[in-house]
Design a binder for this molecule. Sequence first.
Ligand code: ARG
Length: 459
Amino acid sequence: MAQLWGGRFTKETDQLVYNFNASIGFDQRFYKQDIEGSIAHVTMLGRQGIITEDESAQIVACLKEIRSEVEAGTLTISSEYEDIHSFVEATLIDRLGDVGKKLHTGRSRNDQVALDMRLYTRSEVLETSQLLKELLETIVKIMEEHTNTIMPGFTHLQKAQPITLAHHMGAYFEMFKRDRLRLHDIYERMNYCPLGSGALAGTTYPLDRELTAELLGFYGPTLNSMDGVSDRDYLIEFLSACATIMMHLSRFSEEVIIWNSNEYRFVEIDDAYSTGSSIMPQKKNPDIAELVRGKTGRVYGALTSLLTTMKGIPLAYNKDMQEDKELSFDAMDTVKGCIALFNGMLATMKFNKEQMYASANGGFTNATDAADYLVGHGVPFRDAHSIIGRLVLYCIEQDKAIDELTLDELRAISPVFEDDIYDAISMETCVNKRLTIGAPGPAAMEQVIAAAKAYLNEN
Ligand code: ARG
């Protein structure tokens, strides 16, 4: 296959070299962005009189034709070409002859690929943000339904204090909301157009970079042509945001797996989101959650890989940068798939309220509140802590919860206890008294839920 750049060469490229160098196998995924960029470029060339308006119109029409044929499957992107840019240009020349040869005037594949990758990433940022929004909507719905669903809150995976399911879900709402805000920031920073940077030093043609930027929906052109062709910061930022999303999804998955275990039984994953075992008929496995947790590693891998690729590259474009694509594409697909599947699993999951309540009730999660009760009756906190410690020990020996002890048993440990202790340490009181904003008390949660819904309405 003759290369676009073959003029200076006297020998054919060795086949293995050709294969090693080619990127068509993976960059064909942004054929749309490549054509969109070329349409903007050639429209601008026509308006500036760099080519005639008629030539520009012919090229635009032919590019659109190529795009619809690829979309319809009547034109196959052939791996005979080195990359998607060569494929589109060669097809154009094939159809338009000499006019087609004018497309690449005032442009290099370096600014072309920088543009394509940016356009592709920009739409991934938006799609990922939309998927996160859908996940946040599911979470908020669960929060609204479960402001009074009591469950144990954990530290060190040991039962700590009673909380509500709404409160637990609310923690994930905050995480995924921050993830969305990060995507928004990335969009704002990345939305500048590198087209017109040329190979590295701009061009001698009177390009209108403002116009191409505007045609492609950018805020404006990038301001240094060397940076324009060699900047992949936006991609690193996006992969970093993706890695954080996966970290959040993975933590959530880990909890779902624990909650779904035979020992906990806090939730039941819907049949549609579980799988069975080939040998053990009783099994219903949380594979989706496990796969989401498992796929986190490859997204981290993409981030580490790109950071490593970029760290030794002198300005401006170097072929190393072709390595920005495969792992990034894999990470982008992975993150979108994981958010969507996790959302489906969460939306169909059943919460076993009774089991959650019993677990909170049986685990001394009201011990702090029992100590606070003594403090309320004049006992210094450090002494109260130690009294309740002895009380818990006694309960463990008797195999009873604190509120299952008789008043006599309680008084034997501290005479300060009165009849009202039972009410003071009920699960409901423990939760309802946590009133400050951010705490699990239903009154505080209602305010947080209202804020969450307002955020989703406005963003
Ligand atoms: N396939 C290349 C890439 O992904 C396109 C740019 C080629 N530029 C060049 N000077 N060889 O980076």
